[in-house]
Design a protein around this ligand. Structure first.
Ligand SMILES: [Fe+2]
Ligand SMILES: [Fe+2]
Length: 137
């Protein structure tokens, strides 16, 4: 998967939009699952994984790269720290996908933890990371 080729300002708009739609899609997966539609819920979780994978590639491959080019690695440290959360986030996504194979007993929990983790992460990006990148454009 490659980073999306968009001007940085537009890319940030897209990323912000995904911060809004991702929690709704996660809810959608839980609701679909709860109505007993297991086979319908799986593609929704797969969609979350797909969206997040691209999203993370863009943040690391475009925004972080831009920051390091502009202000150097040392000054980028606080922003790198925010983006390091991605490891934990993707682990939760994989866990959610895997738990669907073993009967969904853990899936709802995994998805709720993912949602909570994302909420905090998105807040950090929108108040700290994105404004910093925009200030350097
Ligand atoms: Fe992120
Ligand atoms: Fe993000």
């Amino acid at each position: 998967m490659k980073a999306r080729e968009l001007p940085i300002k537009e890319l940030i708009e897209k990323l912000r939009e995904e911060h809004t739609t991702l929690p709704a899609t996660i809810d959608d997966a839980v609701i679909t699952y709860k109505t007993g539609n297991l086979s319908g819920a799986f593609p929704v979780i797969a969609e979350v994984r797909e969206t997040l994978s691209q999203h993370i590639i863009d943040e690391e491959g475009v925004l972080l790269k831009f920051l390091i080019d502009k202000i150097g690695k040392d000054a980028s440290e606080p922003y790198i720290k925010i983006l390091q959360e991605h490891t934990k986030i993707m682990k939760l996504v994989e866990q959610s996908v895997e738990s669907t194979y073993t009967g969904w007993t853990e899936t709802e929990n995994d998805l709720n933890t993912l949602k909570e983790t994302l909420a905090e992460h998105h807040k950090q990006e929108e108040t700290v990371l994105y404004p910093k990148v925009v200030s350097l454009l």
